[in-house]
Design a protein around this ligand. Structure first.
Ligand code: ADP
Length: 265
């Protein structure tokens, strides 16, 4: 009786092991495919600006070219080089995250004060586009964040809200406590995101409108980086949107302490 049971158990374990190996193989296959797609995207993304740089440099070097024309082409070359620089910087950032070699250094931070600083930094850019930036935070909440990284998150999201909105519209930052979690919301009244695209916007290189993103200086990596940083804080981020009406980005951070004071250096 005992030996029979042992045998059955052994077969069971073997079957389980087989299943586990199968899953692992599938995962590896998926990772390989994902890596290949990522590499293909990188070369594609670099090819476009390189084509511009090469083409315009070829024209700019013609000795018969008017100075004014040459200046025009040189500034395009400069812009494209800048775009490549941004792309390489973002890629490097993501590569560091993939290797887990980026450290999150959390410090207790009074959230409202922190967001106020971000608001002050971003305000002029909104003013320049004749847009309003509103900030509502009156709860005394302390969050544990890597201030530099989290500033990057806020700047990226506000930059998008600015980029994908019309002149004269309003972007707002709101904070509230939900159970033990802190919710930070960035809402805009901009162009919105079609429902079919919404599940993909946090993927690397995903863009709803490639040309609009490019002219706005976008690399398609901003939200992927934002997501990595928020998740490294133990938080999460999602978006809701109405096409043509506006977008909300909602960050949830675990465990804000109410009434505990921290300092911002
Ligand atoms: P990009 O550099 O193109 O802005 P992101 O990763 O920051 O890349 O965003 C991915 C895409 O999501 C954008 O190309 C844009 O289509 C869409 N998107 C992001 N934020 C907004 C927003 N606030 N309103 C409308 N669309 C947005």
């Amino acid at each position: 009786d005992f030996s029979v049971r042992l045998q059955v158990k052994g077969e069971d374990e073997l079957a389980q092991l087989g299943k586990a190996i199968q899953t692992l193989a599938k995962d590896l296959e998926y990772l390989k495919k994902e890596r290949n797609e990522f590499l293909a995207s990188i070369s594609h993304e670099l090819r476009t600006p390189l084509t511009y740089v090469k083409g315009y440099a070829d024209i700019a070097r013609r000795p018969t070219l008017e100075e004014e024309e040459r200046a025009k082409y040189l500034s395009i070359i400069y812009e494209e080089a800048e775009h490549m620089q941004k792309l390489v910087k973002d890629l490097f950032e993501l590569a560091k995250m993939d290797q887990h070699s980026f450290q999150i250094e959390k410090e207790p931070t009074p959230l409202c004060l922190f967001l106020k600083k971000v608001y002050v930094k971003m305000y002029p850019a909104f003013q320049a586009k004749n847009m309003s930036l509103v900030y509502r935070c009156d709860e005394d909440i302390t969050v544990h964040i890597d201030r530099q990284r989290f500033e990057q998150v806020m700047m990226n999201l506000l930059d998008n809200a600015l980029k994908y909105s019309h002149q004269g519209s309003t972007v707002s930052i709101d904070v509230r406590m939900e159970k033990k979690n802190v919710m930070i919301m960035i809402s805009d009244e901009g162009i919105g995101i079609p429902e079919a695209d919404l599940p993909h916007i946090f993927e690397r290189f995903y863009r709803v409108d490639k040309s609009r993103s490019r002219t706005g200086g976008g690399t398609g990596l901003g939200l992927a980086i934002v997501k990595e940083i928020v998740e490294a804080h133990g938080g999460s981020i999602y978006a809701t949107s109405q096409f043509g009406k506006g977008t909300n980005m909602i960050i949830t951070l675990p465990g804000g302490d109410e009434g505990v004071h921290g300092f911002i250096g």
